[in-house]
Design a protein around this ligand. Structure first.
Ligand code: KG4
Ligand code: ZN
Length: 369
């Protein structure tokens, strides 16, 4: 990546997102620091993966190839713009399923080359980190709780590419715990929305599920024990009645809420907030769509006098508007990538800290989070 001396303060950027099971394209305008989403289209592959209970990388990559051209056309059509109106192209360059990442990044490179536009290879996590800035003026620095299917971490975000990891999961991501809980209870995939729905009528006090790491120093997370406890309770109740499922979902969600609140409170207490200023907490990622968990975090902020931000539901899950915004913010700073920028399956947001103290060991999961 290199700086460019002459960069435009008004950016109109096409964003592309293909890192998991959503193909997305969007056009975002960034002017005087304020973003406006002109279009944001998402093609979900949920149905293609549902029979397998999770995302199948090869199916995902092929599905991205089939729809991405049409989505780019649709995003431009809805924005009422042509390629020549754009000032840049941004595509997710990682982390994610490598076949899918390559589809989006290659599409971005082709458009950049054919139209003579600057390209930005965006870190998907930076997209989530900046997502609240699509709709509100959220100045740096802020504390970010990133909760999605692949990630669960607390980061101090002080600028573009300037993230300090305060804590991270030592085993499963929180969305993964939702998905596995749903699978064990026969609620299908993706699990988060199904668990939240079932929990609405459930009794959150019926099962005494563990709250891993709650009350411990630091800001790390752990969800493997909670997931196992749900599976054990479910196995002891077979055949499960609808009330059992609802009560298990509610108890699980309450345990997750307790853990997220405890870990986030620690991170808030560790962040120095200048006198006279309110701290800012942002929750982002697919799990941020959960209204019960949002409520818990809002309550925490009310408690500590912090301001709480959460993206609209449309920008919580994977989308290309957040990728376009990350690209636009980078282009305003003159940060452009070369056309040979690589697709990366692993790409921690805080490269330096992650290399010094990897949370994950090497292997299948690598230093993804
Ligand atoms: O950010 P995202 O769309 O993709 C990743 O980058 O992982 O997050 C997807 C995750 C899935 O695990 C899904 O079950 C979870 O977000 N999720 C939810 C809810 N909606 C989606 N988890 C809890 N409650 C929800 N309402
Ligand atoms: Zn994501």
């Amino acid at each position: 990546m290199h700086g460019q001396s002459s960069h435009l303060s008004r950016q109109i950027v096409l964003g592309l997102e293909t890192s998991c099971d959503e193909t997305a394209a969007a056009v975002v305008v960034l002017e005087a620091g304020r973003a406006r989403v002109l279009s944001s289209v998402v093609a979900s592959q949920i149905e293609a993966h549902a029979p397998y209970g999770g995302v199948v990388p090869e199916i995902a990559a092929r599905a991205h190839v089939e729809v991405i051209d049409g989505l780019v056309q649709e995003a431009l059509r809805q924005a009422d713009l042509g390629f020549s109106d754009l000032t840049g192209v941004a595509a997710t360059a990682g982390p994610g399923l490598i076949g899918g990442v390559m589809v989006g990044l290659l599409t971005g490179k082709a458009i950049a080359l054919a139209c003579g536009l600057p390209l930005v290879g965006v870190n998907h996590l930076e997209g989530h980190a900046l997502s609240p800035r699509l709709e509100a003026d959220v100045p740096f620095p802020y504390l970010l709780l990133l909760v999605s299917g692949g990630h669960c971490q607390l980061l101090r975000v002080s600028g573009l590419g300037a993230c300090e990891r305060l804590g991270s999961t030592i085993d499963d991501a929180v969305g993964e715990a939702f998905d596995k809980t749903a699978k064990v209870l026969g609620l299908g995939y993706p699990g988060g929305p199904a668990v939240e729905r079932a929990a609405r009528t459930g009794d959150a006090t019926r099962f005494a599920l563990p709250r891993p790491l709650k009350g411990r120093p630091g800001c790390d997370f752990s969800f493997a024990g909670l997931k196992t406890a749900v599976a054990r309770e479910a196995a002891s109740l077979v055949p499960l009645q609808a009330t059992d499922v609802a009560d298990l979902c509610a108890s699980f969600q309450a345990a997750v809420g307790d853990v997220l609140e405890d870990r986030t409170r620690h991170a808030m207490e560790s962040m120095a907030v200048p006198a006279g200023e309110a701290g800012r907490l942002v929750v982002a990622g697919g799990v941020a769509a959960n209204l019960v968990l949002r409520g818990r975090l809002q309550g925490l902020c009310d408690d500590l006098g912090w301001t709480f931000f959460a993206p609209s539901l449309a920008y919580c899950g994977d989308n290309a508007a957040m990728i376009a915004l990350a690209g636009a913010e980078r282009l305003v700073q003159g940060m452009v990538d070369d056309l040979d920028v690589l697709a990366r399956p692993r790409w921690p947001l805080d490269d330096v800290a992650a290399q010094a103290a990897p949370v994950y060991k090497t292997g299948r999961k690598g230093a993804k989070a």
